[in-house]
Design a protein around this ligand. Structure first.
Ligand SMILES: C[S@@+](CC[C@H](N)C(=O)[O-])C[C@H]1O[C@@H](n2cnc3c(N)ncnc32)[C@H](O)[C@@H]1O
Length: 209
């Protein structure tokens, strides 16, 4: 079930300016391979979030072949850095090629491995974190994310509506993880969260303390 009525989604998509050829290529690759990217509507929101808090450091959890990385990196200043995490070597290979051609690779540090472990091992705080890992690990990830997000920083989480499954009477295990994580976001005294029902539901959490 799409989150928005298809004709509304189409209307919003028709408003978007044309993307550069390499980004169109990434979208075509995702379509052809049924790879779940955030898509241009949420990609633009990611860019906007980076710009709106003048983010300089970003940690991305579950980077795929670099589509969301592209939008986040594009919003960064020239000296900004984004940490890309992914456990598929093939996705990393594709990302290096796409991001190189999109002239954003110089801002990207690539980590091959588990996103939660990598974030836990990292020192310091980030201005923005994007969470798009396997959904069963969402609740566990939040304990690691919170101390690594600076006050005034933004956590973006994808798939919080999960094709409407979060509202089903008997949700499966993955869906229950998303529901648990979403409650954690809303209950946290350190976060102020809103879910934007764009594409598959994107959470924007502002770090208050
Ligand atoms: C939904 S896709 C991400 C798409 C990407 N954010 C985008 O919109 O372009 C999730 C990706 O995260 C990777 N992944 C999932 N859980 C992970 C984890 N715990 N650590 C590292 N990579 C992970 C998967 O291999 C997959 O490529």
């Amino acid at each position: 079930m799409p989150t928005l009525e298809p004709k509304i989604e189409q209307y919003l998509s028709d408003l978007l300016p044309e993307r550069e050829p390499v980004v169109q290529e990434m979208e075509e690759y995702a379509e052809a391979n049924q790879f779940p990217i955030v898509g241009p509507l949420v990609g633009r929101l990611c860019y906007q979030m980076v710009k709106s808090i003048n983010a300089n450091t970003i940690f991305e959890m579950g980077s795929g072949f670099g589509y969301s990385t592209y939008w986040l990196a594009k919003g960064l200043p020239d000296d900004g850095k984004i940490i890309f995490t992914e456990y598929s070597p093939n996705n990393i290979k594709l990302a290096k090629d796409f991001l190189g051609r999109a002239r954003t690779l110089d801002k990207v540090e690539i980590i091959h491995g588990d996103a939660i472990d990598s974030l836990e091992k990292r020192n310091g705080e980030f201005d923005l974190i994007l969470n798009d890992i396997d959904k069963e690990y969402y609740p566990k990830s939040l304990e690691v994310i919170l101390p690594r997000l600076r006050k005034g920083g933004i956590l973006i989480t994808d798939n919080l509506i999960w094709s409407g499954r979060v509202a089903e009477a008997e949700p499966d295990a993955q869906t229950r993880s998303i529901i648990e994580y979403t409650k954690m976001l809303y209950d946290s005294p350190d976060l102020w969260t809103t879910i934007i029902p764009l594409r598959d539901g994107v959470g924007i959490s502002y770090k208050l303390n």
